[in-house]
Design a protein around this ligand. Structure first.
Ligand code: MF3
Ligand code: CO
Length: 294
């Protein structure tokens, strides 16, 4: 078919493993995908579409992923080092029979990313970085359980944060919902990023172009790349079964990034102003979306 994968006969079991006949399962959706592909749209190959078993696997992984972020949120406070947060994440994850996906990912040395204030992303936990009153921190955790990946991140405010920091954190959180509102079956991925970008700019902020969300399932980073500087009516068709993250990095000042940290990972704002990010993972469904991790 359009994606190079063979289709079963109409009365044969569906390729997705549901056990249903193909004609009662993915047949109609596949015809639709093939038609859109014929029109030249960017259509996901069926290998990206998750089965019910895949979604269950992701949800079990996400239970740990959500639980560990809850745990961090309950225990974080001024005086805690980012190395301690890393230990909480590692211990919580292995205690729940899961693996921290970040650990050793492309050589990354820790189990979580802790990005404070002007650090945009990929802050490496260490025992010299101690949280202080007024800091804002992104805690980004990814989890593997029984072969399935989950990935989400939250902003946490330490003690009394300045008004400008609080507003950035809140607007970035609202931006997630603005993006989710664009997730419609047979819609376009570009609409998600376009809406978030417009919303951030309306609030006086800018959006980092170099990083984005991603498909996720049995791999950490799958297609599509989810840009937050995209245009409406462009990008991949949002077929039901597609699973991806929404994770905009929103800057208080300019969007420019400085990725020259000698540790090889930390990314900062060039102008030294604040940056915030929230991340959720979702599935496109027949009538909208289902949140899988947050
Ligand atoms: N969790 C990040 C994401 O949202 C990826 C971090 S990779 C690491 O995709 F190696 F820096 F941990
Ligand atoms: Co991610």
């Amino acid at each position: 078919m359009y994606d190079g994968m063979d289709s079963p006969g109409r009365n044969d079991p569906c390729w997705c493993g549901s056990g249903k006949k193909y004609k009662k399962c993915h047949w109609a959706e596949d015809e639709h995908l093939a038609e859109l592909d014929g029109k030249g749209l960017e259509v996901p190959p069926r290998s990206l579409l998750k089965s019910e078993a895949d979604i269950e696997g992701i949800q079990k992984s996400a239970e740990v992923n959500i639980g560990l972020l809850d745990y961090v949120g309950e225990h974080i406070k001024a005086g805690v080092s980012t190395a301690e947060i890393d230990k909480w994440v590692y211990d919580y994850t292995v205690a729940h029979d899961a693996i921290p996906a970040d650990l050793n990912y492309e050589g990354y040395p820790k189990s979580v990313c802790t990005s404070i204030n002007n650090v945009i992303c990929h802050g490496i936990p260490n025992d010299k970085t101690i949280l202080k009153d007024g800091d804002i921190i992104n805690v980004d955790a990814s989890t593997i359980k029984d072969g399935y990946f989950s990935d989400s991140s939250r902003m946490l405010c330490i003690g009394n944060v300045p008004e400008n920091a609080k507003r950035l954190v809140d607007v970035c959180h609202q931006a997630i919902q603005v993006g989710l509102d664009q997730v419609k079956p047979w819609g376009r991925l570009g609409d998600v990023g376009a809406a978030i970008n417009k919303f951030a700019k309306k609030n006086g902020y800018s959006v980092v172009a170099e990083y984005g969300g991603h498909g996720i399932g049995k791999e950490f980073h799958e297609d599509p790349f989810v840009s937050f500087v995209s245009r409406k009516n462009t990008g991949m068709v949002l077929a039901p079964g597609l699973v991806f993250t929404i994770e905009p990095m929103i800057n208080e000042g300019k969007p420019d990034i400085d990725d020259s940290d000698p540790d090889g990972w930390g990314v900062r704002t060039v102008d030294g102003k604040l940056s915030a990010q929230w991340e959720v993972q979702l599935e496109v469904t027949d009538n909208g979306y289902k949140l899988l991790s947050w």
